[in-house]
Design a protein around this ligand. Structure first.
Ligand SMILES: [Zn+2]
Length: 306
């Protein structure tokens, strides 16, 4: 095949997985021993990476999305016949009754064509093994769009919480700034006292012990104040981090939902699994499982509210 075609799957896969296209040069990937005639693969953390080594022709985000998609295809066993496309929901849509994948079929009736998904057990072995569970792609698109819109609504509802966090932070910030200032001034005063005590101790050797304990007391106070300052600063940092996290989650969903048609890439990035359950009366229940990263980032963000 390689002799016949310039482009084969492996050629394309190697290009997709080669970081060089993002401008990063990676060296020391393998070590060849001339004596033992072996080639050892070096783990990624020991390889030499040179970011921005050459002009990038693919941005990092696109590159990473491609890696996630490749991985998810592998995990879902999403395949297509040579020369045909992998369907939008291929590999991620499962039969809730028998656990088999729903396979895509293209239908054309009176010049109108669409893709529908059917339980593979039913397709292969017939009605005795499992019911059809047939669902059309446009129906799935609609369900997912509705679900994501609901998720967005949840975020919008939670935005009140988000507003509170920001307001709270803005309210508390001057207070914390003032506290940090006060503590710092106290430390300066204490340091001054310590210096005086040291001078006095030189002149009054007999009572050195008394001076020592006075100095120690002040030193302990300084340590305590330093800790307090750090706590105040950390509150500041944490609040900022929370705001940023909330912003990015909201922005991500807005971006996805503003498109009139959710791209195949975004579908695969957001949805991990679709379970289709067929009821006795032939109606279907569709259950969506979102990807951990995405769901977690939204729930985690809204839970962190004191
Ligand atoms: Zn089934």
């Amino acid at each position: 095949m390689c002799k016949k075609f310039l482009w084969v799957q492996t050629t394309v896969k190697r290009i997709i997985q080669n970081e060089a296209y993002t401008g990063t040069l990676v060296n020391h990937k393998t070590v060849t021993s001339k004596i033992y005639k072996t080639v050892d693969v070096i783990p990624p953390e020991e390889q030499y990476r040179h970011e921005n080594f050459m002009p990038a022709i693919i941005d990092k985000e696109t590159f990473e999305q491609a890696q996630i998609l490749l991985e998810s295809r592998l995990k879902n066993h999403a395949r297509a016949k040579f020369g045909s496309v992998i369907h939008r929901y291929c590999g991620m849509i499962k039969c809730a009754e028998c656990g088999a994948s729903l396979i895509a079929k293209k239908r054309t009736v009176a010049g109108h064509s669409w893709v529908e998904y059917t339980c593979n057990s039913n397709h292969r072995y017939g009605n005795e093994y499992c019911t059809a569970h047939t669902i059309c792609e446009p129906q799935l698109d609609e369900i997912i769009h509705t679900e994501l819109a609901m998720l967005r609504q949840e975020i919008l509802d939670s935005s009140q919480k988000y507003d509170e966090i920001v307001k709270d932070w803005n309210k508390k910030k001057p207070k914390y700034d003032k506290m940090i200032k006060e503590y710092s001034q106290k430390i300066v005063t204490l340091n001054g006292q310590i210096e005086e005590l040291i001078m006095e101790r030189i002149g009054d050797r007999k009572h050195a012990k008394v001076y020592n304990s006075m100095i120690e007391k002040r030193e302990a106070e300084i340590a305590e104040l330093t800790q307090k300052i750090e706590d105040c600063r950390k509150f500041d940092e944490l609040s900022k981090k929370r705001c940023d996290e909330l912003m990015s989650t909201a922005e991500l969903l807005d971006e996805v939902l503003l498109e009139p048609y959710i791209s195949d890439t975004n579908i695969r990035l957001l949805v991990r699994k679709i379970n289709v359950h067929e009821n006795e009366d032939g109606s279907l229940d569709v259950n969506l499982e979102f990807n951990g990263d995405f769901k977690d980032s939204s729930t985690v963000c809204f839970e962190i509210n004191e």
